[in-house]
Ligand binder design. Structure first.
Ligand SMILES: C[S@@+](CC[C@H](N)C(=O)[O-])C[C@H]1O[C@@H](n2cnc3c(N)ncnc32)[C@H](O)[C@@H]1O
Length: 238
C-alpha cells in the first residue's frame, strides 16, 4: 500500500487551482503530532465547539443507516449519535485519539460500534463498496490530500450510498476570508484549519460524475458549519 506520506508530489499535482487565496494543505506529520497533544483534552475543549456539526453529520449518516464508516473518528464523541440499528467502523490516523475512542467503546454503552482501527484516510484498507455511508466530521480540511481522501470515500461507499462531510468552510471573499486566512496560518501547528474553500470540493466533484451533490446546507444557528452530502449513483444495469 502506498503511504500518503510518500505520495505528496503526486497529490500536490492533483490539487486544482482554485481562484481564491488559500493556505497550503496540512502535512501528515504535523497533524499526527497535533492530535497526540489534543487527545487528553479534546473532549473538554474542542468537543463542545464541534457538537452541532458533528451531530448533524451523524444524523445524516444515520438516515442512510447500515454500515457506516467514520473517517477521523477521533475520540469517538459521535458514538451516542448513532442508533443500535447501525454498524459503525471508525478509523483515525492518531493512535492517542483512537485510544480515547476505544475507552468509550469499552464501556459497552455503544454496541453499534463494531470496529476501530488506526488507518490513514488516504489509503483505506477496505474493499470497494464496503459501506452504506462514509462520514467525515471536521477532517477533510486537515488531510494532506483532500482529493485523494474523497476518492477513497467514493471508492468504499456502495452505489446508492452517501458520503457525508461537515466542516467550517471558507468565506472565500471579503473581510471574513482575510480573517480566516490569518487564523489558518496561526493554527496550522494545532492541526486546525479554519479556511478551506467549497470550490475545492466542487472541483473534485467535477472529476467524479458518479457522485451527485445532494445537499450543501449551512447549519443553524449561525451557519458556521456546512453539511455536504454526496450520493454515489447506482450503476445502470444493462
Ligand atoms: C478535528 S478532529 C475531528 C474528530 C471527530 N471527527 C470529531 O468531530 O470530534 C480531526 C481528526 O481527524 C484525524 N485525521 C487527520 N488526518 C487524518 C488522516 N489522514 N486519516 C485519518 N484520520 C485523520 C485526526 O487524527 C483527528 O482525530
Amino acid at each position: 500500500m502506498k503511504s500518503a506520506a510518500t505520495s505528496g508530489t503526486a497529490d500536490r499535482d492533483r490539487t486544482p487551482s482554485i481562484a481564491v487565496h488559500s493556505t497550503a494543505d496540512l502535512e501528515h506529520h504535523m497533524v499526527e503530532k497535533a492530535y497526540a497533544r489534543w487527545a487528553p483534552v479534546y473532549d473538554a475543549i474542542i468537543g463542545p465547539v464541534f457538537l452541532a456539526g458533528r451531530r448533524a453529520a451523524a444524523q445524516a449518516a444515520g438516515r442512510v443507516g447500515g454500515r457506516i464508516l467514520e473517517i477521523g473518528v477521533g475520540t469517538g464523541l459521535s458514538f451516542p449519535d448513532y442508533d443500535a440499528s447501525t454498524e459503525i467502523t471508525g478509523i483515525d490516523l492518531s493512535e492517542p485519539m483512537l485510544e480515547k475512542a476505544r475507552q468509550k467503546a469499552g464501556t459497552g454503552r455503544f454496541p453499534q460500534v463494531k470496529a476501530l482501527a488506526q488507518m490513514d484516510a488516504h489509503d483505506l484498507a477496505f474493499p470497494d463498496s464496503s459501506f452504506d455511508c462514509v462520514v467525515a466530521q471536521f477532517v477533510i480540511t486537515l488531510v494532506q490530500s483532500p482529493e485523494r481522501v474523497l476518492d477513497e470515500c467514493a471508492r468504499v461507499v456502495r452505489p446508492g450510498g452517501e458520503v457525508v462531510l461537515v466542516n467550517h468552510l471558507y468565506s472565500e471573499t471579503g473581510v471574513a476570508a482575510a480573517v480566516e486566512r490569518w487564523f489558518a496560518r496561526r493554527t496550522r501547528h494545532l492541526g486546525l484549519r479554519p479556511e478551506f474553500p467549497f470550490a475545492r470540493i466542487a472541483a473534485w466533484r467535477e472529476t467524479r460524475p458518479e457522485m451527485t451533490l445532494v445537499e450543501r446546507t449551512a447549519l443553524k444557528p449561525f451557519g458556521v458549519y456546512t453539511l455536504i452530502r454526496f450520493r454515489k449513483e447506482p450503476v445502470a444495469s444493462v
